[in-house]
Design a protein around this ligand. Structure first.
Ligand SMILES: [Cu+2]
Length: 273
């Protein structure tokens, strides 16, 4: 809602990325099978916030590497905003604190989406054994960012004693707008196309979440300490996108060593308001 006036920090950022291939030379990218798959990649991603339009093919990854790291933010942190709650205070409390950036004490940035955007061959996106879940609890969506595979069922829950109204904004998928009173335990939705879908609640304007729909397994959401890990990656060089709802997207070229752990330390810093 307009009253929220979510603060945008702009896309001018500095990304300093140190790359250390643990246990070996970063140029050791494994066998020919993996390299031939990587060489067929386009030069870069399509730049549309991580969407994969087509072309991803699955293969049996041998000696996959792991990309592991932490995303830190070292710029000016926006002030916390307080929203006074006037309705549904029994569920929402008297006020809500809004943090545009959730940053741990040592600078780790939570809720950033880390993706290999230009990978064209790799492991199959396994059918999940359980649905992705987006709960509404205390008039907050939790988690704030949830990954879901294409066509994976996303269960939207309401753990509050008040009604919510789930309203998604999608571009390539169909948006929906559903009221969810406490009597409706869950709403099941799925998305056939990979994109980042925003979810809001029309009743409580501060409620916001992202359903990040992915069509390959090489994506992760940073945890509360900014950490992430992406495993079973075919050895090779890729474009790594780091996306945050407030900071926008930044890309970095990374080389993943086959059968090894490649550690990354990614620093994001705001350079303009
Ligand atoms: Cu709500």
């Amino acid at each position: 809602m307009a009253i929220l006036g979510r603060r945008h920090l702009g896309i001018c950022q500095v990304l300093i990325c140190s790359l250390v291939a643990c246990g070996g030379d970063a140029s050791d990218t494994g066998g020919l099978e993996q390299m031939s798959a990587v060489e067929e990649q386009p030069e870069a991603g399509d730049g549309t916030e991580g969407r994969h339009e087509s072309g991803y093919t699955t293969m049996n990854v041998k000696k996959g590497g792991t990309l592991r790291g932490v995303v830190n933010f070292s710029g000016a942190v926006p002030e916390t905003r307080t929203i006074v709650v006037t309705d549904d205070m029994n569920a929402c409390g008297g006020s809500v604190q809004i943090h545009d950036l959730e940053i741990a004490s040592h600078g780790g940035l939570a809720n950033a989406v880390v993706s290999l955007t230009d990978i064209t061959s790799g492991a199959v996106l396994e059918a999940p054994t359980s649905p992705a879940t987006l709960d509404q609890r205390g008039c907050r969506f939790t988690p704030h960012v949830v990954l879901a595979g294409v066509d994976q069922v996303v269960e939207i829950l309401n753990s509050d004693p008040v009604a919510h109204n789930v309203h998604t904004v999608a571009f390539d998928n169909r948006s929906f707008n559903r009221t969810q009173p406490p009597s409706v335990e869950k709403i099941e939705v799925s998305f056939p196309i990979a994109e980042k879908v925003r979810a809001r609640c029309d009743i409580h304007g501060w409620m916001s979440a992202w359903i990040v729909v992915v069509d390959h397994p090489y994506n992760a959401v940073t945890d509360s300490n900014g950490g992430f890990a992406i495993g079973n990656v075919p050895g090779g060089t890729y474009t790594l996108e780091i996306w945050h709802e407030t900071l926008g997207a930044t890309t970095q070229t990374v080389t993943v060593a086959a059968d090894q752990v490649t550690d990354l330390s990614i620093e994001l810093a705001q350079t303009s308001p």
